[in-house]
Design a protein around this ligand. Structure first.
Ligand SMILES: NC(=O)c1ccc[n+]([C@@H]2O[C@H](COP(=O)([O-])OP(=O)(O)OC[C@H]3O[C@@H](n4cnc5c(N)ncnc54)[C@H](O)[C@@H]3O)[C@@H](O)[C@H]2O)c1
Length: 361
């Protein structure tokens, strides 16, 4: 069987992880499209990509052998590009967040069902070795039903530039609530993606525009650009199953340091997965620690799990899983139905914060 041919739309920072994952799984990246075609050519140089376009439509017209497309553009363009690719009969891998809101994500899910194609998102933290290790204990019954979890991604100074698309609500859909969904997605994944019941949230926009709170990552500032998204969100969610989840997401908050973690309390064991910072000289932003806390024969026992290190934070493994899900070698690590639940929670967090009351889903 000949290798699956892929085309990438958007030569952003995640493109190299997508490329490495697709090729690791045996697929071939044959074309790349970017509005800024020079950026696409620069990415393709040395990677064996020989065809470049300024848009998805042109790319599919010019390279009809493409069987799957990955979308790595600012969030506003996810829905139209994903739906166009699905309607033209391609499988699609799309960067997070899935779209600007739940209605858009639902439309993408329906398009995938109608086309009979795989639609997956880059929720890369599920593909980390540490998350897989925790999932092993959850699936073999060691943890039991998770009653409660806490998902945290808070930064002290991590605003990704001012005035560019990340801080413009019309293009990004929101601030850290949408940009940092990874930890609450991971918590929901561990909990079995239950149906939400109530959402209570508060958002804050302190420090937006203050250069002292700008992160070392992101995109260049755009003079005269729009900065109208939140800098922090705190939320509490209950589920129809009786489970509950606390969420803390921020780009800028007066916290001692950045915290990236999921902790959970199951009926048999608890556990945590937590980003390590500046330990053993490793890249402090890409290595996690994970543990299970349990009781055995009347004693409290802690399992400190040694997982293999993955400096790509699961991004390469998640892209490889997309190809393996198409070829039937592996089950997909995430589904459109889960993406819809995730985005319903995002919508409800904004609604609750604006109305200053709990929202029933
Ligand atoms: N999974 C992760 O950890 C992670 C990390 C960073 C960014 N992201 C996501 O990746 C996506 C892109 O972010 P980025 O930081 O790479 O942005 P970016 O602005 O650096 O790059 C986006 C690229 O898309 C191109 N583009 C925009 N609209 C287009 C269109 N309609 N057709 C073709 N090309 C188009 C732009 O010219 C640009 O080169 C976002 O959704 C972001 O949330 C995910």
């Amino acid at each position: 069987m000949s290798a699956l041919k892929l085309g990438i739309v958007g030569a952003g920072g995640m493109a190299s992880y997508h490329f490495d994952g697709f090729t690791r799984a045996g697929a071939e990246v044959v074309a790349m499209a970017d509005k800024d075609i020079a950026r696409a050519r620069e990415f393709g140089a040395g990677r064996g990509i020989s065809r470049f376009y300024t848009g998805l439509g042109e790319m599919l017209d010019g390279s009809p052998e493409i069987g799957a497309v990955s979308v790595i553009t600012p969030n506003k363009f996810h829905k139209p590009l994903v739906i166009e690719a699905l309607e033209r009969g391609r499988h699609v891998y799309c960067e997070k967040p899935p779209a600007l809101n739940a209605a858009e994500t639902e439309a993408m899910k329906e398009a995938a069902e109608k086309a009979g194609k795989v639609l997956m998102f880059d929720l890369n933290n599920r593909a980390r070795p540490e998350a897989k290790a925790i999932m092993y204990y959850i699936q073999n019954g060691k943890v039991g039903e998770i009653n409660s979890a806490q998902a945290t991604w808070i930064r002290r100074n991590g605003i990704p530039g001012f005035g560019g698309w990340f801080t413009n609500k019309a293009i990004a859909g929101g601030g850290p609530v949408l940009d940092l969904p990874h930890m609450f997605d991971l918590a929901l994944y561990f909990m079995g993606y239950p149906e939400p019941d109530w959402v209570l949230a508060a958002v804050y926009d302190d420090f937006m525009g203050n250069p002292a709170f700008k992160g070392p990552w992101g995109i260049p500032d755009l003079a005269g650009g729009v900065t109208d998204v939140e800098s922090a969100c705190h939320a509490f969610i209950t589920f129809k199953t009786g489970q509950c989840l606390m969420i803390r997401s921020s780009w800028a908050e007066m916290n001692e340091r950045e915290v990236v973690s999921v902790t959970f309390q199951g009926r048999r064991s608890g556990g945590k997965i937590e980003r390590l910072f500046d330990i053993d000289g490793l890249d402090g932003t890409s290595i996690d620690n994970c543990a299970i806390f349990t009781e055995e024969d009347g004693r409290q026992v802690d399992y400190l799990i040694k997982a293999e290190k993955d400096e790509t934070m699961g991004r390469v493994a998640q892209a490889a899983n997309f190809v393996d899900a198409i070829t039937g070698k592996e089950a997909p690590l995430n589904t459109p139905a889960q993406a819809v639940i995730m985005m319903k929670l995002v919508d409800a967090m904004y609604e609750s914060a604006a109305a200053r009351r709990p929202v029933k889903l």
